[in-house]
Design a protein around this ligand. Sequence first.
Ligand SMILES: Nc1ncnc2c1ncn2[C@@H]1O[C@H](COP(=O)(O)OP(=O)(O)O)[C@@H](O)[C@H]1O
Ligand SMILES: [Mg+2]
Length: 261
Amino acid sequence: MSSNLKSVQKPDINKKRSNVLKEKSQDQGINLNEVSKTYYLGSIVVKALESVSVTIPKNKFVIILGPSGSGKTTLLNVIGALDVASDGNVNVLNKEITNFSRKQLSKFRRQHLGFIFQFFNLIPSLTALENVEFALQIQGKKKTELIAQNALKSVGLKERMGHFPSEMSGGEQQRVAIARALAKSPEILLADEPTGELDYETGIKILELLRNVVTNGKTVLMVTHNAEIAKIADVIIRLRSGKIIETQINENPINPMDLKW
Ligand SMILES: Nc1ncnc2c1ncn2[C@@H]1O[C@H](COP(=O)(O)OP(=O)(O)O)[C@@H](O)[C@H]1O
Ligand SMILES: [Mg+2]
């Protein structure tokens, strides 16, 4: 019960502590060892990732930066259990997911990860609220309405909950997608070019929301081809032709509001 005293001050830390009981070393976020991904298109061999090794601690804003075709999405998908590596080891949240079956990968995604994509991927026939609720229901969550409402409020969409995607701007739709990802409170939020379809100001708002996620104790892994955006990250992984050319720790990430691009 003494831990209750601590939890009054720092509930997040306390929550992490309770996880330690279940998982031995809780510090590890993501660890890739010599990961390769090869696609075969008929006789053409595409090496999307080649011997990628990297360790990413928890509770960081991590950006994967690289030109188009450098393997960013592939890397995100391998870490996000959406795709499997051809070679090497993938460890996420202390789980060796390398040899997980399809079913295990799906369960792992559902339990631990949240996704935001460039094109929002909302269900057009459901309102904002229903989109977020639906994602929770798939997880088997109860009382989805309240959780969904709170998630939508947290991204500034209190007034738009009953609207359909077609009635919202791109930025609002992306915020619904973020609320949907946040509602399940994932340990790692993976975002593939989430500002790619948005105007500058809306993009900044989205990046501020993502920074907030990290401030609240989670890990964000975001893909971009925009070197300017990378300045807001704590860790920048630079990819070129399927290889990591640099992993940079950024001691002074800038505020998304101060970005210019
Ligand atoms: N499903 C796939 N089948 C075949 N080739 C693919 C597939 N997905 C990606 N690739 C290829 O792998 C390389 C890396 O792609 P990708 O990870 O999408 O790069 P990025 O996100 O940096 O633009 C590219 O050459 C791409 O054409
Ligand atoms: Mg991509």
